[in-house]
Design a protein around this ligand. Structure first.
Ligand code: PRP
Ligand code: URA
Length: 209
């Protein structure tokens, strides 16, 4: 069963509280999502493997730890997942980025695919699927299906706000995938929106309705 990690760092908690507020502007919302993406990425990347290498400082030769390599892929679920990408790329600028386009059908709440383009060496990379919201879990589970069909094996899912229903679905459909979240909310409402949540993440990020 995939583990669920709630990142309770005070900065992540504070910024996540800010994006929930109705009065937070599109500009602030976008900046905060980027910042939270970076802060969560910082925590999520803490197990990256290091190797010892010898370097020379102006004083002497010395052995230091450096990253073994950045074999990472980021896969935002369009649209809202895009908001988390730049924050993570600030940490791992050489990561490759795949895109999955999915939207929820307003009637059925089931994900509908409209785009998928992945790096061709997914099987060799640690893959971070990012999306601010995990509601019914349908979009995340479908995105991870696409990634697995294209060879992806080492996958984690990172979101800002998750509903218990979505966590359960993702754990059931992809028990090998760990889930990183900033906040676990109460429930879904009758329109499958997260309560208390933040509303529609894509609309709030891009100012649409
Ligand atoms: C939102 C969100 C997730 C999905 C979560 O996207 O960004 O992708 O809903 O819901 P689920 O867990 O029930 O599938 P949406 O479909 O609204 O598309 P958008 O990002 O283009 O606005
Ligand atoms: N998608 C969103 O953007 N928000 C929700 O609360 C649920 C799905």
């Amino acid at each position: 069963m995939g583990k669920v990690y709630v990142f309770d760092h005070p900065l992540i908690q504070h910024k996540t509280a800010m994006i929930r507020k109705t009065e937070t502007t599109v500009k602030d919302f976008r900046e905060l999502v980027k910042e939270i993406g970076m802060l969560m990425g910082f925590e999520a990347l803490k197990d990256l493997p290091l190797k010892e290498v010898e370097i020379e400082t102006p004083i002497c030769k010395t052995k230091v730890n450096m990253l073994q390599g950045e074999d990472i892929a980021l896969v935002p679920i369009l649209r809202a997942g895009l908001g988390m990408v730049d924050g993570m790329l600030a940490l791992v600028p050489n990561a490759k980025v795949g895109h999955v386009g999915l939207y929820r059908d307003p009637e059925t709440h089931k994900p509908v695919e409209y785009y998928c383009k992945m790096p061709n060496d997914l099987d060799k990379r640690k893959i971070f699927v990012v999306d601010p919201m995990l509601a019914t879990g349908g979009s995340a589970a479908a995105a991870i299906d696409f990634i697995k069909e294209r060879g992806g094996k080492d996958i984690v899912f990172m979101c800002l706000i998750a509903a218990p229903e979505g966590i359960e679905v993702l754990q059931k459909e992809h028990p090998d995938v760990d889930i990183y979240i900033a906040a676990k909310d109460e429930k879904l409402n009758e329109n499958a929106y997260i309560v208390p949540g933040l509303g529609d993440a894509g609309d709030r990020l891009y100012g649409t309705k």
